[in-house]
Design a protein around this ligand. Structure first.
Ligand SMILES: [Zn+2]
Length: 408
């Protein structure tokens, strides 16, 4: 960044604000170009979306991002062990080191028709907003910073990451923070979803698959045997009585059950899947502990009812673990994210969500998730659509925030 041009009167150590950066000719040119080249951004968005990328099968889309990163001149373009694609924009110094990410994966299984249909300003296609918009904005930032020759004091790594959705369980960002760039990330931004918004509260979740087992037998001949589904029914009844705080909002849900072989067999197995959430780590642990207790008590009760201690056993498998956390409203990264919107003439609201930023927030690394602009509908449904009207606002917001965070 040409600091002398941007804000010569600044005291040493005071980073230029988004408002200061607007006066930098290179930044200004990049922002103008981000708006002017929105057509290219939308074309990228469609192209990325038409490459299938279910969680755990992101390689093909990842290869396309790798190709684009290389073509746009990012340095050290690599794919890490998890499949995250990284490209580096070196600054005058290695730190602060900013990571700007968007996720590659979608909730849609293999074989889903991902062809994008256009209807006026609206694009229809599974994954078009979540998160092909984020990927396209990520690429637009790289492209316009390069064309306008924007230089930064700190360094930026652009990441197209795997495993954000569902059972992906944030595995891409976990790998990034635990291995690939361990202890090297000072600020993190995920571009996820649509609109102009700033998410600074991470709703954490625990998900379990709970399996109850017993010997099973004939419903008439073996009557008197403890029943795994009996234990499960008791467990569900107890879970439904668990008390949770309204603030911070803490929730639980038994979402799926199954098991058994026939109406005239005592089942040998019953299973259920449950989900619990809170933005407060302590409340999440508390609801988790209460539900564990409810399940164990239900098993004891079922065995006692039939006088068969130890007959029914239970296994609780943690299939999803997204830590809760937050970045304070008063923190520089949140203030920059809001200021970047304001100086561009947009309004951004603060919100909460479950995104890739959950991981840095739980590690106390400053992080926010922002939208990529436009208007999204029906995310996670086959009818997903994206209205491109004024979507450039998201591109400008993300670009200005990226440059602002790469300041000392
Ligand atoms: Zn997403």
């Amino acid at each position: 960044m040409a600091l002398a041009i941007a804000g010569g009167a600044q005291a040493p150590g005071v980073s230029p604000t988004p408002a200061d950066l607007l006066k930098d000719p290179a930044v200004h040119a990049a922002l103008d170009a981000a708006k002017a080249s929105e057509r290219q951004t939308v074309e990228d968005q469609i192209r990325f979306c038409e490459i299938p990328a279910p969680s755990f099968k992101e390689e093909a889309r990842g290869r396309e991002l790798q190709r684009v990163f290389q073509q746009l001149g990012l340095q050290n373009v690599t794919v890490d062990r998890a499949g995250n694609v990284l490209g580096h924009h070196p600054g005058a110094a290695p730190r602060p080191h900013v990571v700007i990410a968007a996720h590659l994966d979608t909730v849609f299984p293999e074989g889903t028709n991902v062809k994008v249909k256009r209807e006026g300003s609206v694009l229809h296609g599974p994954g078009i907003g979540d998160d092909c918009r984020g990927l396209a904005v990520l690429v637009a930032i790289v492209r316009e910073m390069k064309n306008a020759k924007v230089q930064t004091p700190g360094s930026i790594t652009f990441v197209a990451n795997v495993g954000e959705e569902g059972l992906g369980d944030l595995r891409g960002v976990k790998e990034l923070f635990n291995n690939t760039l361990k202890d090297q990330i000072d600020r993190f931004v995920s571009i996820d979803g649509t609109g102009v918004h700033v998410t600074n509260v991470a709703v954490g979740s625990h998900r379990y698959r709970v399996t109850f087992k017993g010997p099973g037998g004939h419903s008439f001949g073996a009557f008197g045997m403890a029943n795994p589904m009996g234990a499960m029914g008791r467990a569900i009844a107890r879970i439904q009585e668990v008390q949770v705080p309204r603030q911070p909002k803490t929730t639980f849900n038994v979402g799926r059950i199954g098991g058994g072989t026939s109406v005239n067999s005592i089942p040998s197995e019953g299973w259920m899947e449950l989900d619990m959430r809170s933005s407060d780590p302590a409340s999440l642990s508390a609801v988790d502990a209460n539900i564990q207790k409810a399940i164990d008590a239900a098993v004891t009760e079922e065995n006692a009812r039939w006088g068969k201690p130890g007959t029914i056993t239970v296994a609780k498998e943690l299939v999803g673990d997204r830590p809760a956390g937050s970045t304070p409203e008063s923190s520089p990264i949140v203030r920059s994210a809001l200021a970047a919107a304001t100086v561009l003439g947009f309004t951004a609201n603060l919100g909460e969500g479950s995104t890739d930023s959950n991981i840095p927030m739980s590690l106390k690394v400053p992080a926010v998730t922002i939208g990529g602009g436009g208007r999204g509908r029906d995310a996670h449904a086959l009818t997903e659509s994206f209205d491109t009207t004024d979507a450039w606002m998201g591109t400008q917001h993300a670009l200005l925030l990226t440059v602002a965070l790469a300041q000392p």
